[in-house]
Every structure is written in structure tokens, then in C-alpha cells.
Design a protein around this ligand. Structure first.
Ligand SMILES: Nc1nc2c(ncn2[C@@H]2O[C@H](COP(=O)(O)OP(=O)(O)OP(=O)(O)O)[C@@H](O)[C@H]2O)c(=O)[nH]1
Ligand SMILES: [Mg+2]
Length: 450
């Protein structure tokens, strides 16, 4: 075949690579070769794909324009360039490739991105300078900028991105239904929390904006109202921080376990169970030199078991895919020599499925269940999930996606207590770096922006 255009692209996975070829070269492109390049122990290699267009295929002006725009937006070089590679392609996210699609089929961002009603009202309430961003065409991404490192301080302001998120949220929620500052027209005795000194009421509002429920915020502050704290804002804040820390008891992280441990991560869909298992396994192998086995009982979601299997291969950890209770019991039997056995489960929302899955897990002697919840989903969702999963009688809680959370105080909805302490938390997608030992001091500092 006579080809006049041969181009090579790299992407994270074969589907993404094909999408790019489709977006850049159209449906008539012929794949000439694919191969995996790069990659190391914890990072998958990229898929390099070479495609060609038949010479006789005339390109419409519209196609050319769209392709030019796509190329410009993503730093891709023109058709003679051997490799069109933008740093964004090295990331693990399909959303990057949606941008490719959008460059060819421009649609308003609001239509392209499904904005949840909650997010929509949040965006509407944002100050104009922040709101602008959602209406504008996306700038070419700089991967360093978008990398979820919300805990990293901004070089110019010295504030963490989380703190900036919190500030945006404070601005956005000013108009919402949170306890308001006393209005002059209202008699002071009719104000909510009129028994509290003004700085305590102010702290109430602040805690609620950071994601705590009114009940928990009130409970924490009420108990700390003494003659000293009523006269000093600083003393009150210190006391409140101490009370918050007390409500986040921590446990020894699983990767430092001194005895054989079998732990299953349960929780709603997409909270990061599988990724967190990979992070824990990697830390256990690298840091503590433990022998680790992985088990997946998630045969519900297509590709879920393969996801874990892939991590197992990367870490050379024995991995078992179990389709029923007998296979699970058999796999546990085969991992007798392992220090740490991590069981991945299907993310479920309905009670009967949760109950069924929980039953299977509870019948494994010595298996500990850990509830995994995402801090990014907000207080109500987290409280709902914690309540739904209470039946799992979990031994501890794992919090994920702290980096994506606008209201990290919502972790108080996870019902963390001395009997179900915080096991560990994650603040990013990178395996294993973004996994951390539970640290109530750090978390409370984050919430109070200390
Ligand atoms: N930003 C951020 N993303 C995370 C974090 N943990 C996991 N993710 C991402 O969340 C997405 C879902 O992660 P999974 O590990 O597949 O979630 P899951 O709970 O196993 O999902 P199901 O098996 O479908 O229920 C992936 O894109 C992860 O990279 C985190 O701490 N921060
Ligand atoms: Mg999973």
C-alpha cells in the first residue's frame, strides 16, 4: 500500500493510543505497528503506535483544521515528525485523550464534562475569576501543574493547594446556608449558638466550611468552652485541634505489621481500593521486606481482576483471582507463608451485595476488613457510605483522595473511633509514594490549615 503519512504516537494504553490515531488521522488510518516502550517496576511502559494514511485519501479542510488544532493543543509536531509525544501522554488517565477528541469535536466544556449538580452550584458560587476557567477552552496541559500534589506548597504563596482549595470553598460558600455572622437586625439571643463567644461561633463556621458536620463541629467546640477558651481565640483553637486529633485515632500501618495479616479493602466504587492495595503491597515489599500476596474477589467489574494481576506481576507478588468462596478459602490456604495478604473486593453500593460480599469475607478466619472511603466525595456521601458499610464490622478505615478534597474535614464522617481507627490515607495516584501512615496531627493541621 502506498502511504503518504506515517505517524507515531505514544500513550498509556492501547485504547488510548488507538483513540489518538483516530483523532489525529481519522478512521482510515492503518496501524502498522505497536510496541511497549519504557516503564519500570512501578510504572507501566507506554504503548507506541505507528499508523499510516493511504495516499489516495484526500483530507478535507475541516479535517486539516481540526487536526492542526489538536496538534497545537497538545504540542504534537507536524506529520513528518517521527514521534508526536506530549508529556501528558505519560499519565495514567483516559481523560487526557478525551481532550484529543474534543480538539476534533469542539463542544462547550460544560457539555463535555458531566458536572454534578453539587459541583455546578459550587462553581456558580465561585468568585468570577475562578468561575471563568470552566467556560474557557482548556489550555494545553502542563503535567507538572496538574499533577495531584495538593499537599505540596505553592512556591509563590507558600500555601498548599489544599489550603487554596479551602479558600476557594470559603469564598464559594459565603452565600450558602451556613451559620452566618450576626446580623445587626437580629437580637443576639436569637442567633444560633448565641451562648458561644463570637470567636467560637466563627470557628463553628470555619469547621463546617472545612467539611465537618454541624453536629460534630458543635460537639467538638462545646466541650472545649472554658473560661480560658472563652477569652482567647488562640487557646480555643489549640484545644479544638487537640479534640479533633483525639477523634482520629491511628493504628499501625499494615506495611509495618509484625504478625501475619490478612486484610480486605471494601468500600464504594472507585474510591481507590485496588490502587491502595498496590501501594500497601509495594511499601510492605520495599520498606519492610514482607512477603505479600494479592487476592481479588472482584470478578464483578470487567478488568478489575486484571488490574490487580498487573500490579502483582510488577511486584512479583503471587496473585489469585477468586470467583467464589471456595476459591477464596483455597487461595488463603496457599498464602500461609505470606506475611501480608491483601484482598481486593468489588466496589458495591447496594446493601444486599455488600452483605453477600461481607459474609464471604467474614467466614475467612483471621481476615480483617478495612473500609475505604474517598475524602473527595464530601461529608454526606462519606457519612452515607460509612453507615451503609457499618454491617461489614470493619477493623479500621482507610481514607483516599485527600488531594482531591475541597473539604477534608469530611473525614470525620467516616466514624473513625478507638475501635475502628484510621489505618492509613492516600493523597495521590502514584504507587507507592502517595500512601501515608495515619497521622492525626498532620490531618488536623491540614483541615485547620495550620
Ligand atoms: N487523586 C487521587 N486519585 C486516586 C487516589 N487513589 C486512587 N486514585 C484513583 O482513583 C481511580 C480509581 O481507583 P481504583 O483503585 O481503581 O478504585 P477502586 O475502588 O478499586 O474501584 P472499583 O474496583 O471500581 O470499585 C484511579 O484512577 C486511581 O488512580 C488518591 O489518593 N488520589
Ligand atoms: Mg478495584
Amino acid at each position: 500500500m502506498n502511504h503518504n503519512t506515517v505517524r507515531t504516537f505514544r500513550a498509556q494504553d492501547p485504547k488510548a493510543a488507538l483513540d489518538i490515531v483516530k483523532a489525529m488521522m481519522g478512521p482510515d488510518a492503518v496501524i502498522i505497528s505497536t510496541r511497549e516502550v519504557g516503564g519500570n517496576l512501578f510504572k507501566r511502559g507506554e504503548i507506541e503506535i505507528t499508523a499510516a494514511l493511504p495516499a489516495q485519501k484526500p483530507q478535507s479542510k475541516k479535517d486539516k483544521r481540526a487536526q492542526k488544532k489538536a496538534a497545537a493543543a497538545y504540542g504534537a509536531t507536524n506529520e513528518t515528525a517521527p514521534v508526536s509525544k506530549h508529556p501528558a501522554f505519560t499519565k495514567d488517565d483516559n481523560w487526557i485523550f478525551e481532550e484529543w477528541e474534543s480538539a476534533n469535536n469542539p463542544v462547550p466544556l460544560q457539555e463535555k464534562v458531566k458536572v454534578e449538580p453539587e459541583t455546578q452550584s459550587f462553581m456558580q458560587a465561585l468568585p468570577a475569576n475562578l468561575k471563568q476557567d470552566i467556560n474557557e477552552e482548556p489550555e494545553p496541559y502542563d503535567i507538572e501543574e496538574i499533577e495531584p500534589r495538593n499537599l505540596r506548597a505553592n512556591e509563590q504563596t507558600g500555601k498548599s493547594i489544599l489550603a487554596q482549595n479551602a479558600q476557594a470553598l470559603i469564598a464559594a460558600t459565603k452565600s450558602q446556608n451556613l451559620p452566618q455572622k450576626p446580623s445587626k437586625a437580629m437580637p443576639t439571643s436569637d442567633l444560633p449558638y448565641s451562648h458561644m463567644p463570637p470567636h467560637a461561633r466563627q470557628l463553628m463556621r470555619e469547621l463546617q466550611r472545612k467539611g465537618l458536620s454541624e453536629e460534630i463541629a458543635e460537639d467538638i467546640i462545646e466541650c472545649r468552652l472554658t473560661p480560658q477558651t472563652c477569652h482567647s481565640n488562640q487557646t480555643l483553637r489549640k484545644e479544638v485541634a487537640a479534640a479533633m486529633r483525639k477523634r482520629l485515632p491511628a493504628m499501625t500501618p499494615p506495611w509495618k505489621t509484625q504478625r501475619r495479616k490478612i486484610m480486605a479493602l471494601v468500600g464504594p466504587t472507585g474510591v481507590g481500593k485496588t490502587t491502595t492495595i498496590a501501594k500497601i503491597a509495594a511499601r510492605a515489599i520495599i520498606e519492610s521486606r514482607l512477603s505479600v500476596a494479592l487476592i481479588s474477589i472482584d470478578t464483578f467489574r470487567i478488568g478489575a481482576a486484571e488490574q490487580l494481576k498487573r500490579y502483582g506481576e510488577i511486584m512479583s507478588a503471587p496473585t489469585f483471582i477468586c470467583r467464589n468462596e471456595d476459591e477464596l478459602a483455597e487461595a488463603i490456604e496457599q498464602t500461609q507463608d505470606c506475611d501480608l495478604v491483601l484482598v481486593d473486593t468489588a466496589g458495591r453500593a447496594d446493601k444486599s451485595s455488600i452483605l453477600k460480599q461481607t459474609g464471604i469475607l467474614q467466614r475467612i478466619p483471621g481476615l480483617e476488613i478495612y473500609l475505604t472511603l474517598s475524602a473527595a466525595c464530601g461529608y454526606l456521601q462519606m457519612a452515607g457510605a460509612a453507615s451503609t458499610y457499618r454491617m461489614a464490622a470493619h477493623k479500621g478505615v482507610i481514607i483516599t483522595k485527600i488531594d482531591e478534597s475541597f473539604s477534608p474535614g469530611s473525614i470525620f464522617a467516616a466514624e473513625i473511633s478507638p475501635s475502628t481507627p484510621l489505618c492509613c490515607y492516600t493523597d495521590g495516584q502514584t504507587v507507592p509514594e502517595d500512601l501515608h501512615q495515619a497521622d492525626s496531627q498532620k490531618l488536623v493541621d491540614l483541615i485547620l490549615d495550620i
